[in-house]
Design a protein around this ligand. Structure first.
Ligand SMILES: Cc1cc2nc3c(=O)[nH]c(=O)nc-3n(C[C@H](O)[C@H](O)[C@H](O)COP(=O)(O)OP(=O)(O)OC[C@H]3O[C@@H](n4cnc5c(N)ncnc54)[C@H](O)[C@@H]3O)c2cc1C
Length: 436
C-alpha cells in the first residue's frame, strides 16, 4: 500500500474514469485529491462521455463484464446517479442485409442475456416488424428483415449530466479541481531514485509543478501523449456521432422508445427532451490517427479537427433512419463529430500501475468504447488496487501489458463486436477550402 489517506493524489482527466475515481477516493476518506482537466469546464468537451447518452447494456459476450455491468446498474439506481439513468430497454437487432459476423455477434449477445439468471426474465425475442412494433410502435419504418431481441433490463444514461452531478458531488466533498490553463497537464514529472525513477508529480501548460505521492492518469484518448511508455497498447480511435433536431411534438412522440440498435447499421436513443436532439451513431471500424514515426495513434489536438463525420457514416445513418423512422431520413444531421476513446485490441480496460515507478503512477485507460456504463463503479477498482497489499492488479486482464506486444495487428477486427476495419483520419478528413 503506497499512499496514505492524507497523501496528495493527482488525477489527470475530468472525464468518466477520472471523476469516478475522485468520487470513490473521497468516499474512502482520501482527503488530498485534485483533478486536473484541460478543458475549462466539466463536463469537458474533450471527454468521450460529454454526450447526451450512452448505452448501459448488461449482456456481454464475456460474463466478466456482464457481472460488472449488473453491479454498475445497481449503482445507477442510487440517489447520485438515478436521475441520469433511464431503463428504457435495449432493442437489439440485425437488418435483413446484415453480414454473418453481425448476426453471429447478435446471437452471442442474446445467448449471454439468456444465460444470466438476473437478465433472462427481461429478454424477449423479436422476429420481424410486428414484434418490434409491439415494443416501440413509434418505429413506423419498414424494418426490412429486422430480427433480434429486446432486453428490458438495459437502458441508457445521460452521460454529460452524470459527469456534472459527480463533479458537483466531489467538489462538495473537498476534491479540488484545476481546469483550463491550470488544469492542462503538459508532462508527468519524474525523479531519479536508487531503484530507477518515480513519478514526482505533474507540470501544467502554464508551467506550474504540482507534487503528488500518486498520479493517476485518466486521460482517455489522450493517455498516450502523457505516458508514451504505453506504446501501442492503447490506440486513440474515434466513431461518428450526429443528431437530428426534432420539433417538440416529434420529441414527445418518441418519448419512451428503447435504445434501438441494428448491429450492421448503428443505433439511436430516445430524444433528449431539453434539446430535442435525437442522437445517432453508425456502426463501423472507427478512425485512427497514427503518427507515422511511432506507429501510435493519438487524438487530434483541436476539437475542430473532429467536427465532421465521413460521408459513408452519413449514408449509414440515413439508412438506419429509413428503416426505422423514415420521416427523419432526409433531415439535416447536426452536431456532427468524431468522438475519441482509448481502444485496446482485446477490448479490456487497463487499471494498473505503470511498471517500475514504485507505485507512484497509475493508469486508467483502454475503455475501448464501452466504459461509460461502468461510471458509478470505476473508482472502486482504483481504491481496490490502492488497498492491495502487494500493489498488484489481481485481475490479469486489467494489467499493464508489454508495449508493442501485439503491434501490427488489425485493431478493428480483433474483437468480434467490432464490424469493419479502422481507417486513418487523414483519409477521411474533408478537404479544406482553397485559400486561392
Ligand atoms: C461515439 C462513442 C460512443 C460511446 N458509446 C458508449 C456507450 O454506449 N456505452 C458505454 O458504456 N460507453 C460508450 N462509449 C465509451 C465512453 O464514452 C468511454 O468509455 C468513457 O468516456 C471513458 O472515460 P475516460 O475517463 O477514460 O475518458 P474521457 O471520458 O474521454 O475523459 C478523458 C478526459 O481527460 C482529459 N485530458 C486528456 N489529456 C489531458 C491532459 N493532458 N491534461 C488534462 N486533462 C486531460 C480530457 O480533456 C477528458 O476530459 C462511447 C464512446 C464513443 C467515442
Amino acid at each position: 500500500m503506497g499512499v496514505s489517506k492524507s497523501d496528495a493524489i493527482i488525477i489527470v482527466g475530468g472525464g468518466a474514469f477520472g471523476l469516478s475515481t475522485a468520487l470513490h477516493l473521497s468516499r474512502k476518506g482520501y482527503t488530498n485529491v485534485a483533478v486536473f482537466e484541460r478543458d475549462d469546464h466539466i463536463p469537458p468537451r474533450y471527454s468521450a462521455a460529454n454526450d447526451l447518452n450512452k448505452i448501459v447494456r448488461a449482456e456481454y459476450e464475456d460474463p466478466f463484464y456482464t457481472e460488472l455491468t449488473i453491479q454498475a446498474i445497481a449503482e445507477w439506481k442510487t440517489p447520485l446517479f438515478a436521475p441520469h439513468f433511464h431503463q428504457a430497454g435495449f432493442l437489439h437487432c440485425v437488418s435483413g442485409d446484415a453480414p454473418q459476423k453481425a448476426i453471429d455477434t447478435l446471437n452471442r449477445f442474446r445467448a449471454s442475456a439468456e444465460r444470466d439468471a438476473q437478465i433472462k426474465p427481461h429478454v424477449s425475442s423479436l422476429d420481424g416488424e410486428a414484434d418490434i412494433r409491439q415494443i416501440a410502435w413509434q418505429l413506423d419504418g419498414p424494418l426490412p428483415g429486422w430480427n433480434g431481441y429486446f432486453n428490458r433490463f438495459d437502458g441508457y444514461a445521460h452521460s454529460a449530466n452524470a459527469l456534472a452531478a459527480v463533479y458537483r458531488a466531489t467538489q462538495g466533498a473537498g476534491v479540488r479541481f484545476f481546469l483550463g490553463e491550470q488544469g492542462a497537464v503538459d508532462e508527468i514529472v519524474y525523479v531519479s531514485t536508487v531503484n530507477g525513477r518515480n513519478c514526482a508529480g505533474i507540470r501544467t501548460k502554464n508551467g506550474q509543478f504540482h507534487s503528488a505521492a500518486l498520479v493517476i492518469v485518466a486521460a482517455g484518448a489522450g493517455a498516450g501523449r502523457l505516458v508514451p511508455q504505453l506504446g501501442q497498447q492503447v490506440v486513440a480511435k474515434s466513431w461518428s456521432v450526429a443528431h437530428v433536431h426534432l420539433t417538440d411534438n416529434e420529441t414527445s412522440r418518441l418519448r419512451g422508445i428503447p435504445v434501438t440498435y441494428a448491429r450492421d447499421l448503428g443505433f439511436f436513443f430516445e430524444p433528449d427532451p431539453k434539446t430535442n436532439l435525437l442522437k445517432l451513431c453508425p456502426m463501423g471500424g472507427g478512425y485512427i490517427n497514427t503518427d507515422p514515426k511511432t506507429g501510435v495513434s493519438h487524438s487530434p489536438g483541436t476539437l475542430s479537427d473532429s467536427a465532421f463525420i465521413p460521408e459513408e457514416d452519413e449514408t449509414q445513418i440515413r439508412k438506419l433512419l429509413a428503416h426505422t423512422l423514415p420521416s427523419l431520413a432526409d433531415r439535416p444531421l447536426v452536431k456532427r463529430s468524431l468522438c475519441w476513446f482509448a481502444d485496446t485490441n482485446d477490448s479490456d480496460f487497463i487499471i494498473d500501475y505503470v511498471p517500475d515507478m514504485g507505485s507512484s503512477l497509475m493508469l486508467l485507460s483502454g475503455d475501448s468504447g464501452h466504459g461509460f456504463k461502468m461510471f458509478p463503479i470505476v473508482g472502486s477498482w482504483v481504491t481496490d488496487l490502492l488497498e492491495a497489499s502487494d500493489d498488484k492488479q489481481s485481475l490479469v486482464r486489467w494489467r499493464w501489458k508489454q508495449p508493442n506486444a501485439k503491434a501490427g495487428q488489425d485493431w478493428g477486427g480483433d474483437v468480434s463486436w467490432r464490424l469493419g476495419a479502422s481507417k486513418e483520419l487523414s483519409s477521411i478528413m474533408p478537404r479544406k477550402a482553397s485559400k486561392l
